[in-house]
Design a protein around this ligand. Structure first.
Ligand code: 5AD
Ligand code: SF4
Length: 495
């Protein structure tokens, strides 16, 4: 039996797809790079914006025909939309066989087997999480942790891996679906994380990305001892073979001095921090229920630049949030200019029924205004990105070579790894399975040509494009930068 997974959304989804694939492969399934010959097609979905959901429903619509031509084939929907829409998925797409929420991924193989055996639709989702506090025990327990089986072949690149250190989110920003879709914050025990990192290192992994919705809030108490992210980084730093560690996404108020010092001092920690600000106006931040002021965010930016030499900060912003005035929007521009982000992911506000913002405020900024503000903010950010990149001209940087570049150098807008489904970088989605397979295929088909266009990343997460042999993939190289663009550095091998 063969399966194909299509993934949209954040890195958490990319990791879930990897783990789901590992579970199926361990049970005798074969993974395909396209859906054509698949017996099971899985959609790993995102609910953060309506646009992402609509795209999934139209993709499901297109699959109806495929399914009628292929009797016995199965369609599964996993991810945040599965949790949010539950049985509604079956109503909107009655030919779907399996709906499984992120807190029930441990049941995927069982559900697939049941669907095959009974021919009946299978649904496994967590209980609804309405309250912010005093959550009943059964609700918490309905969001189960998924013990990962790490198979190197499920990763786009064997030498890079994501490791989840916590599930869920307790911040309840008013616009966000994540706390209900992914459930309460649950931190994994340090010993499990360390075991997983050691397994990955044994598999040849050089670079680890620690994942959590608010990754720097990580806190695990055991036998009276508290482990926080700084300690975790120290523990991982000692694992032989691991050369680079980074973590996403950070919540601004949880960025302690100890953590910044760890990032500065540990040889494996990299000076790259993704700390979504979301907005530059205090009134909007309050309506968004973010727990900091713009002044506090700026103070954090100062602290990061003072502590970590060469730090690159990236951010997310929402434009056109409920009631956002032109003056409020301009304050976001001011913040972007102040913070000098390496880059920002900019999203137009999308109302999500049921959450606090949808209940309390009207989604009253017209679409054209959202679009205009999105473009305006993007233009300011691009200018800053270009300027920061120009400083690398003539410098030599150390990069981890990721493999052949997917596009011709000048058109590499951004080989994005954070969100595979975002408004502004819609076609830059290497975490989609098809792309990953394409890059693996390219590796095989181009052999060891010495003049292939390769990409790699600097410790501060900048993409570098240069010519070299594909055999350099998965090695560290020094590259001298000869040209720059807003999202890409161009160079030549220094040694
Ligand atoms: N509308 C638009 N953008 C959103 N995000 C989260 N919820 C919404 C929403 N309802 C953005 C935030 C977050 C990123 C993952 O997606 O910027 O950091
Ligand atoms: Fe959503 Fe806010 Fe949690 Fe991020 S911190 S996942 S934006 S609720």
């Amino acid at each position: 039996m063969k399966f194909y997974i299509e993934t949209v959304g954040c890195q958490m989804n990319a990791l879930d797809s990897e783990l789901a694939a590992a579970a199926l492969i361990s049970n005798g399934w074969e993974r395909l790079a396209t859906r054509k010959d698949a017996d099971l097609v899985i959609f790993n979905t995102c609910s953060v914006r309506e646009h992402a959901e609509e795209k999934i429903y139209s993709a499901l619509g297109r699959l109806k025909h495929w399914k009628t031509q292929k009797p016995g084939s199965l369609i599964a929907v996993m991810g945040c939309m599965a949790q949010k829409d539950k049985g509604v998925v079956f109503q909107r797409a009655p030919y779907v066989d399996i709906v499984v929420g992120p807190g029930r991924l441990d049941q995927l193989v069982e559900l697939v087997n049941l669907a095959i055996a009974t021919g009946e639709p299978q649904l496994a989702v967590s209980l609804d999480r309405f309250q912010r506090r005093d959550m009943p025990r059964e609700t918490r327990e309905s969001f189960r942790q998924f013990d990962p089986i790490r198979l190197p072949e499920t990763r786009p690149r064997v030498f890079q891996a994501m490791v989840r250190i916590m599930f869920g989110c307790d911040k309840f920003c008013s616009y966000c679906v994540v706390p209900s879709a992914r459930g309460p914050e649950q931190c994994r025990p340090p010993r499990d994380i360390l075991e997983e990192v050691k397994t990955l290192a044994d598999q040849g992994c050089l670079e680890i990305t620690l994942l959590g919705q608010t990754v720097n809030s990580y806190r695990y108490v055991e036998d009276g001892k508290t482990t926080r992210l700084a300690e975790l980084l120290e523990m991982i730093d000692r694992v032989p073979g691991i050369r680079r560690v980074r973590f996403v996404s950070s919540y601004p108020t949880d960025m302690t001095d100890e953590l910044l010092a760890a990032v500065r001092d540990l040889p494996t920690s990299t000076p790259y921090l993704h700390v979504p600000a979301q907005h530059g106006d205090n009134g909007v931040l309050q309506r968004m229920r973010r727990r900091y002021s713009v002044e506090e965010y700026k103070e954090l930016v100062d602290r990061i630049y003072e502590t970590i030499p060469g730090a690159a900060i990236t951010s997310d912003f929402i434009v056109g949030f409920c009631g956002e005035t032109e003056e409020e929007f301009q304050r976001t521009i001011d913040l972007v200019r102040y913070a000098r982000f390496k880059n920002s992911f900019i999203f137009k506000y999308s109302e999500r029924p049921g959450n606090e913002a949808s209940k309390r405020y009207a989604d009253d900024v017209p679409e054209e205004v959202k679009k205009r503000r999105n473009n305006e903010l993007l233009a300011v950010q691009n200018e800053i990105s270009a300027e920061l990149n120009r400083r690398f001209l003539g410098e030599t940087v150390e990069i981890l070579v990721e493999g052949p570049s997917k596009r011709e150098a000048r058109s590499v807008a951004q080989e994005e790894t954070l969100y595979a489904e975002c408004e502004t970088q819609e076609d830059a989605s290497p975490t989609r399975d098809a792309d990953n397979f394409t890059s693996l295929d390219a590796l095989v088909s181009t052999g060891s040509s010495s003049n292939t266009q390769l990409t790699g990343r600097t410790p501060c997460d900048r993409i570098v494009v240069f010519n070299g042999s594909t055999t350099l993939t998965g090695t560290f190289q020094r590259v001298r930068i000869t040209d720059t663009a807003p999202f890409t550095l161009f160079g030549e091998l220094a040694d």
